[in-house]
Structure formats: C-alpha cells, structure tokens
Design a protein around this ligand. Structure first.
Ligand code: VAH
Length: 313
C-alpha cells in the first residue's frame, strides 16, 4: 500500500484508520473521502475530497487523478439503520461496493472492505463459529455483508483484483461514536460511565457478542493488507475477535474503576433480535494461522484505556 483512497473516512473506523495510515504511509499518500465534510483532522491533516460512493464516475476520477494503488472501502449503513431502511441500505452498501471494486479493477488497485459477524445468521454455530460455515443472515446488513464477501471473492477469481477483508466484531473506540449499529451499546456504556456513572442498555442481559478495541482493528487491517498473498487461503472474510462479552461483563469491568457504576436495561426489540441472530463467540484461528492476527486488548485492558481516554476527552 503506498497511495490509498479511503471511503467513509469520517466514520467510526475511517476517522481513526485515516490517521493511522497517514502516520504509517505519509499524510499525502492517504486520500480521505466522505459524503460529508466536517471540522476533523481527517479533512485538515491530508488530502480530502467529498465523495458519495454511489457516484461511480467521481470515485474513478478521484482514484485516477491521485494515482492510487489501494482502495479501502468503508462507507456503508450499519445493521440497525439498514434494518430501518433496507432498500437504501442495499443501494448504498452494494452500489458503493460495486463502484469501489470496479475502480480497483480498472486501476489495478489492492482492495479492502470490511465484512462483519453480521454476515452470520441464526443457523450459524453460535460458539467457536468456524471460518467456513453456514451463512444465512436474517438482516439486510447481513445480506449485504455475505454478498460483499462473495463479490470480493469473485473480483479476485475472475479479474485478479487483490481483494482482502475482515469479518469485524463490534468495534469499541473513543474518537468517533458509531452510528446505527447494534453493538454501539458497548461504546455508549463507556461514555455514560464517565458522564453519569450509569447506563441503560438496549441490549439485554446475557446477550453475548464478539467485540474488539479499535487499535487492534486498525492493526489487523494493515497486517492483512501487508500479508504475503501466497499465505492467504481465505481473503475477504477472516473472522477476527478479541473478546465475547455481554452488557454485564462490560459493567463489571467498569466497576473495577467506578465501583458504584449502575447498569439497567431497556431492551430495544429490533436491535436485540439482530444481536440474537449473530454468533456469541467466533473462532479467529484462520486469521492467526494465515497472517498472524493478534489482539492486544482484552476487556480489562480496553476498559482501563477507554475510561482514561474519555476522561481526557
Ligand atoms: C453494527 N458495529 O453493529 C456494526 C458491526 C458487528 C457489528 O457490524 O452493525
């Protein structure tokens, strides 16, 4: 990777990945794009262009003008929003992906886009979910993610595009709030712990989902993209996870620092149903074997860092 076009650069992953890539590859080599423009380091600390990823021509023009060799496509609607607006989600998530894959094919770029544990469904094994298994998601987001994995595999097999991707768990970070996800509770709980020493979870007690701290997610993207392609049996769908937690687990970790932290529940049936259709704990052994995936943050270490960084923020 040396000249990178990034879509969705102002999102939860994009805002931190842009800064990380600019520190690794040089600010001028990371062209950040997003449909909006805000007063962010993403806009001020390197090349930025407004881009609606459903505009194929503009995406191609930005990539060609900047002579990019890598496309990192993050722009998408997340699970809860996609369930509220399924047709918009299909058009944006799949239309944007096709445009990004076509740009990568025409300009011979390496390509990354994230999949998700949302690509699994209720008939997928819930624990130690294998790398290769049943995938019958019951959400529009999940249909988008499975389709995206298959489409990225197709562009590799048919056109030789060097496509790569990760099935991300819920990502926890302190820089940019996620928007419209099912796992967002695991970010909100830390913000509310600082503000009110209390949180009301929309996900029910005992509902386990895979999670990972953002620094581990960013490193995983870079490690995968720099990996020796001859070692990759899988490409667009590596299971990666650092922990499997339920809301009460996050609360217990917070109480190590704030003993009086209070957690209660007001379950949102839509996002609870999405969460229950996903695995509890996936198996990341293929990522470890094929390109050395390693998560450095467990729940305790992540909680300490999140609370510390949010207090400063
Ligand atoms: C969501 N944060 O909740 C995203 C992610 C695994 C969850 O895909 O939709």
């Amino acid at each position: 990777m040396k000249k990178i076009l990034l879509t969705g650069a102002l999102g939860q992953i994009g805002s931190e990945l842009t800064a990380k890539l600019r520190s690794v590859y040089g600010s001028d080599n990371v062209i950040a794009t997003d449909i909006r423009e805000t007063d962010s380091h993403v806009v001020h600390n390197g090349p930025f262009e407004k881009l609606d990823v459903t505009d194929a021509e503009k995406m191609f023009d930005i990539a060609k003008k900047n002579n990019v060799d890598t496309i990192i496509h993050l722009a998408a609607l997340l699970s809860a929003t996609a369930e509220k607006k399924p047709l918009l989600a299909w058009n944006l998530n799949m239309g944007g992906l096709v445009n990004a894959l076509e740009t990568a094919r025409e300009l011979d770029c390496q390509f990354f886009t994230p999949s998700s544990i949302g690509a699994f469904g209720p008939t997928t094994p819930k624990n130690s979910t294998p790398q290769d298994t049943i995938m019958r998601p019951t959400t529009m987001y999940g249909v988008n993610k499975v389709s995206g994995e298959l489409l990225s595999d197709y562009y590799f097999q048919k056109f030789g595009v060097d496509t790569r991707g990760l099935r991300f768990p819920g990502l926890i970070s302190y820089e940019t709030l996620p928007g419209g996800g099912t796992t967002d509770y695991a970010v909100e709980i830390y913000y509310e712990a600082i503000k009110n020493n209390a949180y009301t979870s929309y996900i029910g007690e005992g509902t386990h989902m895979d999670m990972m701290y953002m620094p581990d997610a960013l490193q995983a993207i870079i490690d995968l993209m720099e990996a020796d392609p001859s070692k990759l049996e899988h490409r667009n769908s590596f299971n990666v996870s650092a922990m499997s937690i339920a809301p009460e687990d996050a609360a217990s970790a917070i109480r190590v620092h704030q003993p009086d932290f209070k957690l209660d529940y007001d379950v949102d049936p839509v996002r609870q149903a999405i969460a229950e259709s996903w695995p509890d704990a996936i198996d990341s052994s293929a990522a470890k074997a094929e390109w050395g995936f390693k998560a450095n943050f467990d729940l305790a270490k992540m909680t300490a860092d999140m609370l510390d960084k949010l207090k400063t923020k």
